[in-house]
Write a protein that binds this ligand. Structure first.
Ligand code: UD1
Length: 423
């Protein structure tokens, strides 16, 4: 199993290209099931999660080819579609549940394995299934699978009030509603940029959707969707992660393709911590104002709030900030597994329930650490860049799910980082 060796050191300087968003691509790909005509995605990220989604869609009967080394994904679901998403693939990645809405909309029937828990929390699917039930689906749980059947063979429009602005449920219901009979309204919908991206792709395919990006989305069902080509939006989490590299190590880095509107709440916190972010023609340029950053408090919230997917990386920055910061995790119940690993590097962190208190220290020290989930693993790499000595991050398969060529991108800015064979 691979590991990543990071030698802590000096400031970084250079450019890092930002890829298409993993989370957008994972919801755009199942949209192929909604149409008999081809759907082509450009600016796709090259990640193991994308390969898992490819396998899942192929197992359902989609034909998928990739071009330009995976940057372009060409999909066609013109043939017979298999309606069963097997546990063997679904368990690898929770986003597999995004085939439920499209399968049900197209075939009137779906059998989708429940994904099971993951390291960061239980993550149930009740908001998805309650919404689909309102649209006329009868859903039963048997032997770990959701068996969903649209009454009368076709879903019908409904007004759905979400108890929480779930990203995945908004995406599933939005896709299901494009082919339903009548109008669907989602109240308290999630507003993430990935949802706006999905809506814009579905519109290119012929769907009638309004209000994406607000908490009320209206979808007028149509009889069929057509072909489309759609560029995947930039990955705001990859962007935010690399913005933290010069923040934590010093220097100046330009994030190519970065956009301020994707990382508003995050940039406000960076500004308060003493980091300058400037929009340029090419992207975002990041530089810290002083040698040491200031402690800031962070609470994770649905978009446009501070993203939970940047909480671990922000904690890495706060470990060496001047003062004490309080990080409150409000989206997932168990998302501080990086804290004990950072403490192995000399960080002073106390976790109590959903709150972590971080007392900044002058310097972290390199140590062998273990990646526990995707964002936690990259937070350890960031910490390693700023630490004195070597940090060996093992179990990096988590990292490969969501970051493409992390070591190459950081090395191009002068970081000493390499992939090594681990145990
Ligand atoms: C998506 C992102 C993930 C990000 C998260 C929150 C993808 C592939 N993943 O995950 O990276 O961290 O948004 O921004 O896009 N919940 C329920 N019942 C449900 C659905 C969700 O209780 O039916 C709870 C979850 O357990 C969790 C919270 O709601 O505590 C947020 O989940 P949700 O917004 O649905 O996140 P995902 O779509 O799974």
């Amino acid at each position: 199993m691979d590991a990543i060796l990071v030698k802590g050191g000096g400031p970084l300087s250079g450019e890092i290209p930002i890829a298409g968003a993993k989370n957008a691509c994972l919801t755009l790909m199942p949209a192929t099931l909604l149409s008999e005509e081809p759907l082509t995605l450009t600016n796709a990220p090259r990640l193991s999660d994308i390969r898992t989604m490819t396998q899942l869609l192929q197992s359902l009967g989609a034909e998928i080819t990739t071009l330009q080394e995976g940057r372009v994904i060409s999909m066609s679901s013109h043939g017979t579609i298999n309606t069963r998403a097997e546990y063997d693939i679904v368990r690898k990645m929770r986003a597999s549940n995004l085939v439920l809405g499209p399968l049900l909309a197209r075939e009137g029937y779906a059998e989708v394995s429940l994904p099971g828990g993951c390291a960061i929390g239980a993550r149930p699917m009740d908001i998805h299934t309650d919404g689909l039930a309102k649209m006329g689906a009868e859903i039963e749980l048997r032997e770990g699978y959701l068996y969903a059947k649209a009454a009368g063979g076709r879903l019908k429009g409904a007004v759905i009030d979400f108890p929480f602005a779930s990203v995945g449920a908004t995406e599933n219901i939005m896709m299901a509603a494009t082919l339903a009979k009548g109008t669907t309204v989602i109240n308290n919908a999630a507003r993430e940029p990935e949802i706006v991206d999905l809506a814009s792709c579905l519109r290119r395919m012929g769907a009638q959707i309004e209000g994406d990006g607000t908490s009320r989305i209206t979808i007028q069902g149509v009889d069929r969707l057509g072909a489309a080509t759609h560029p995947v939006v930039a990955d705001r989490i990859e962007l935010g992660t690399y913005m933290l590299a010069p923040a934590i190590c010093g220097g100046e880095v330009e994030l190519l393709g970065g956009r301020l509107d994707l990382v508003g709440a995050f940039c406000e916190k960076l500004d308060a911590a003493g980091i300058d972010v400037t929009q340029t023609d090419k992207g975002l340029r990041v530089k810290r104002r002083n040698d040491r950053v200031q402690a800031v408090n962070v609470t994770t919230e649905p978009f446009p709030g501070f993203p939970t997917d940047l909480q671990a990386q922000m904690m890495a920055l706060m470990c060496t900030a001047e003062g004490t910061s309080v990080l409150e995790e409000r989206i997932f119940e168990n998302r501080f597994m990086h804290a004990p690993e950072l403490m192995r590097m000399g960080a002073k962190i106390e976790v109590s329930g959903g709150t972590a208190t971080v007392k900044g220290v002058k310097r972290l020290r390199g140590a062998p650490v273990m990646a526990t989930d995707l964002r936690a693993s990259v937070s350890l790499i960031l910490a390693g860049l700023a630490a004195e000595g070597d940090t060996l991050v093992s179990r990096v398969y988590h990292l490969d799910r969501g970051y493409e060529r992390v070591e190459e991108k950081l090395r191009a800015c002068g970081a000493q980082i390499e992939r090594v064979a681990g145990e």
